[in-house]
Design a protein around this ligand. Structure first.
Ligand SMILES: [Zn+2]
Length: 379
């Protein structure tokens, strides 16, 4: 799978058809661009509504000490995740993020250090949040979780139409709404959302088993959302056997447990997802097709409450802090600047163009698209 065509290559090839001198100049520009374009694939991961407060400070004792949130088992929580030092504490909760990702990539959103990451849409709940992340357009008309098929084209749908990316895009999400958010009937790539079967038209033995167990699993959120474990293993199977160039995985349990006030389950979901992200990265690093050519982008669709400690369970316009988010990125082209500690402001509406630009593309759509984040790349 060498010399994969991508947006950069296509642009250069077209220009090469001009007169000879221009062709030479374009060829040299192409060579320069080609030499610098290291990221050929990207894996985008979201943890629904997981707070920046836990990412950067670990277990929140003001929440964990309250009986209505710790479920009568605060001893377990403190034994597993507590240290008086927040830098140790956060590493106990999210060991991959605070080892590999932060030492070899970038982590933004620690507001105590001036690094601000926010949703630009005015709602601070999921459908509007994912719409903003994927389309780069915080459209105020997208205002409900029951919103129908998204009229806006996501960066994934755009990429799936670019030379070299056709048929090489896939999305997996625990929440059924991803099929509408990504407009599965239109988008042209597989969207395995909620309890939908994985494996497409030709499921392998592992995918048939995942589908069967998922159908028979406990359904605390009815048909709206499956447990993350099914989404994770379905996505991993696709990654290993279909080799997508663009893969999205949307985990959902952090948000569900938080709404139920179950802090132990909320932290356990985040801790498990960190381990799954580690497994994804371990696979990437051990696979000849992906190694040194793949970026990983991790973020959320909204924040949650903080200042009123009983508001950590919730989010939305009535919860003042829930526009506050974070993101992490790791990959061959990404400068290893670690935890962002300078005054900065990034909006989630910039992520779609950032994802496209890391792959050498410029995301063009019928709607406005937030500009890419400039500080990430070595280029
Ligand atoms: Zn929610």
């Amino acid at each position: 799978m060498k010399n994969l065509p991508d947006c950069t290559h296509t642009l250069a090839r077209t220009s090469c058809r001009t007169i000879l001198s221009a062709a030479l100049a374009v060829f040299m520009a192409f060579q320069a661009t080609h030499a610098q374009q290291e990221i050929e694939n990207i894996i985008v991961v979201t943890l629904d509504g997981f707070r920046w407060q836990e990412v950067f400070e670990g277990l929140d004792s003001a929440v964990a000490n309250q009986k209505r949130f710790h479920g009568g088992d605060s001893a377990y929580l403190f034994q597993k995740y507590w240290s008086p030092d927040p830098k140790i504490r956060r590493g106990l909760l999210l060991p991959f993020i605070w080892s590999t990702l932060v030492t070899r990539g970038q982590l933004h959103g620690n507001r105590r250090l001036g690094s601000n990451v926010d949703m630009a849409n005015p709602y601070w709940f999921s459908y509007p949040g994912y719409n903003e992340l994927f389309t780069g357009y915080p459209d105020s008309a997208v205002n409900s979780n029951s919103f129908p098929n998204n009229p806006h084209v996501s960066v994934f749908e755009f990429l799936n139409r670019q030379p070299g990316f056709e048929g090489r895009v896939a999305a997996f999400g625990a929440w059924e709404a991803f099929s509408r958010i990504l407009n599965a009937p239109r988008c042209g790539f597989p969207v395995v959302a909620g309890f939908a079967d994985c494996g497409g038209m030709d499921p392998n033995a592992n995918e048939l088993l995942i589908n069967r167990i998922r159908r028979d699993s406990h359904k605390p959120w009815n048909e709206d959302e499956c447990f993350d474990v099914f989404t994770h293993y379905a996505a991993m199977e696709w990654l290993k056997t279909r080799k997508p160039r663009v893969l999205y995985i949307g985990y959902g349990e952090t948000d569900e447990w938080a709404h139920e006030g179950k802090y132990k389950a909320y932290l356990a979901a985040a801790h498990q997802t960190d381990q799954w992200i580690r497994d994804i990265w371990k696979f990437v690093e051990g696979d000849a097709y992906y190694k040194d050519k793949t970026a990983l982008f991790v973020t959320v669709d909204h924040g949650r409450g903080d200042k009123q400690k009983d508001q950590w369970t919730s989010h939305g316009q009535s919860v003042g802090d829930s526009h506050e988010t974070w993101f992490g990125i790791l990959g061959p082209d990404i400068e290893a600047t670690g935890e962002a500690a300078t005054e900065s402001q990034v909006y989630a509406s910039q992520f779609a163009q950032t994802i496209a630009s890391l792959l050498g593309c410029s995301f063009v759509a019928d709607h406005p698209v937030g500009k890419r984040i400039e500080v990430l790349s070595r280029r």
